[in-house]
Design a binder for this molecule. Structure first.
Ligand code: COI
Length: 327
């Protein structure tokens, strides 16, 4: 069995070699994204793998099908970069990857604390020997209500992480998880928006929830609310976030993901003209922390992303059921 893996980073190579040896596979790799221009590189292979930067649209899928490639694994959890319906139409089986939720969940709590304790401002000041305190007074978790949208694996782990801080935790999900109830109280979405001092998102991006945090939702929130997003940029309307920061409705933002980050995040753009005005504008606010989609990036997660994707492809190619096949 032959797999062609796109978007391969240097830090994935060891895990890829291990998996190739374990399953006696040929796995060839490229740093390049899967596009209609690069798909020829996968000619003669049985399966391809990508991560989230490759936009696997109709055209790319048609090209894969023409090359008789019927298996696709994304080495990340989110699969909003793949036209799943079209893949199914073409008979291409798709699976995503899984990794322990801790990488992202730890990072989320770090961003929450960074936002609540004005860490960005403190670090910036220290760089120029400004050790003053003005503007750095923060808030304590124990005094706050934290709103968790989405109680899947990541949301649940964030809740567990937060349980030691003494904050009140409210949660929203269409599926109620009994274990979550030990630490958090499920409420309706409007109640979560209205009662939370800090709101964090842990849901996949779909057509239905695109821009779910827009002007209408922000208007319902407490003045000075803190928003954290390590899920997908498209869940939040960036224009509405900017308006909220400008009129001080939003007290702080901590975003590991951003609308239109594709083509920017995970690339060295120092010598390029970066075209994302909202990103540049948001970055200059003292109360906005932007990280470049790195919440997932730990040794444990990277190993697991590769292992799970390869195991998924092997199972699918052998005609077996696979736990993270996207149906
Ligand atoms: C995911 O796994 O869905 C992520 O967001 C991480 C990815 C960008 C590598």
């Amino acid at each position: 069995m032959k797999i062609f893996a796109y978007e391969v980073r240097a830090d994935e190579i060891d895990a890829i070699k291990r998996m190739a040896e374990k399953y006696q596979l040929t796995i060839d790799t490229t740093k390049e994204l899967l596009t209609k221009e690069t798909l020829k590189q996968a000619e003669g292979y049985d399966a391809v793998s990508v991560i989230s930067r490759s936009m696997v649209n109709k055209e790319v899928l048609d090209g894969l099908a023409k090359q008789n490639i019927s298996y696709l694994a994304t080495r990340c959890v989110g699969y909003d970069h793949i036209d799943i319906a079209h893949a199914h139409k073409l008979g291409i089986k798709v699976c995503n990857s899984l990794y322990p939720p801790n990488s992202v969940a730890d990072f989320i709590v770090m961003l929450m604390l960074m936002a609540l304790r004005n860490v960005k401002l403190a670090l910036m000041r220290a760089e120029i020997n400004d050790y003053s305190l003005a503007g750095l007074k923060g808030k304590e978790m124990k005094d706050l209500t934290i709103g968790i949208i989405g109680t899947g694996r990541i949301g649940r782990t964030v809740i567990k992480n937060l349980s030691g801080f003494g904050c009140k935790i409210v949660a929203y999900d269409s599926y109620i998880d009994e274990n979550v109830k030990k630490y958090a109280q499920y409420v309706e979405m409007d109640e979560l928006l209205q009662s939370s001092d800090l709101i964090s998102l842990h849901i996949p991006l779909t057509e239905e929830n695109h821009h779910m945090i827009g002007k209408e939702a922000i208007d319902k929130m407490k003045d000075g609310v803190v928003l954290v997003n390590c899920a997908r940029g498209g869940l939040m309307d960036t224009e509405a976030l900017i308006e909220g920061i400008e009129n001080k409705k939003i007290g702080a933002l901590a975003l590991d993901v951003l609308e239109n980050e594709e083509g920017i995040y995970h690339f060295d753009k120092r010598l390029d003209i970066v075209k994302n005005k909202n990103m540049a504008y948001l970055r200059q606010f003292p109360n906005v922390v932007l990280t470049h989609h790195i919440a997932f990036f730990t040794d444990a997660a990277v190993n697991s992303m590769v292992e799970h994707a390869v195991e998924g492809l092997v199972a699918l190619m052998q005609g077996k059921q696979w736990k993270s096949e996207i149906i």
